[in-house]
Design a binder for this molecule. Sequence first.
Ligand SMILES: Cc1ncc(COP(=O)(O)O)c(C=O)c1O
Length: 380
Amino acid sequence: MKPSPRPSVQKLAPYVPGRPIEEVEREYGITGAVKLASNENPLGPSPKGLAAAVAAAADVHLYPDGSGTLLRRALSARHDIPADQVVLGSGSCELIDICVRAFVDPGEEVVVPAGIFRMFPVAVGRAGGTFVEVPTGPGYRPDVHAMTRRVGPATKIVAIANPNNPTGAYSTKADLDQLFAALPGHVVVVVDEAYFEFACETPDYPDALDYVRAGRNVVVLRTFSKIYGLAGLRVGYAFASPEIAAAMNKVREPFNTTGIGQAAALAALDDAGHRERTKALVRQERPFLAAELARRGAVVNPSLGNFLLVELPIPFGPLEPEFARRGVILRPMGGWGFPLAFRVSVGTHAENLRFLQAFDELLAAGRLGLPAGAVSAAAG
Ligand SMILES: Cc1ncc(COP(=O)(O)O)c(C=O)c1O
């Protein structure tokens, strides 16, 4: 007799994170590798956040404020939504899990656009729920009509990542308005806005907090991991209706964010300089990277995030170690349903050039399934 995990756990495909720099450097005996695999902030942490984290370290013998009062209050004031509608999480990853655990029993459904961020199937699988992926439209844009049609009595959550990771595709304000208008009252809509700050200047990109303010059945997820550069401290936040927030608070761990994380996040909120520098870098480097890849013959999906989904004519899986041994860590997307694709985060200009150099070496060696002549065209 062997111990056997729950059947839903046995079936579960775990979330596979990007490879750490140290591991890649050790494996290939290299130094100075660049990680463009996890959509982190290329400028590092918010300096104000970092200073606050260091100061808060003096208090690590104390349990943190379990409800993150100061941070929730600051988020509430900034967004004009009552503090009892703000829930903190150990990253927005945990908040995805908390939403699913709060609403989905075994056999109940979560309806999403195909190719949604992979924490969603993991969370639904853990809960024993049924994960329903609805085919997307051109450019991987969610098809809200098809999603609405797929909703039934067993559907508890409809989730959209806006923009989505890895596709970079987004739903417009008209899309979300239609979704909210069409859904029955028993459905909770989760809008994951991890990349909100990179997307919000796009004219028809919606701010889902408007649906919270309008009293809809909605959870909006945001994070300090991306624009604020605090991924390692694990602080995400959700805005939800009071009833949904109360349910989420019941299932979350009492101390799910640390005192260091809360202090850093609070200080980072006021670091407009770092936020604007990060936005400006991505605004400049994302089109640069996309254009350079496109003229080498790769297919780049338009993205509102700080990353690009890039498709080659051949499977990317075997190429991942080739980039890694050249000191460039990318994310293969085979396990996410895109076998020909990799995801590259927008780095600093120097990091992006380093990536393009590795790309060109492999292109010239005929390894990428693309015409090698594109290298000389690119050099011109
Ligand atoms: C769409 C999306 N949602 C959520 C997350 C999770 O971020 P975190 O848990 O660091 O807040 C990510 C991270 O890459 C993401 O891409």
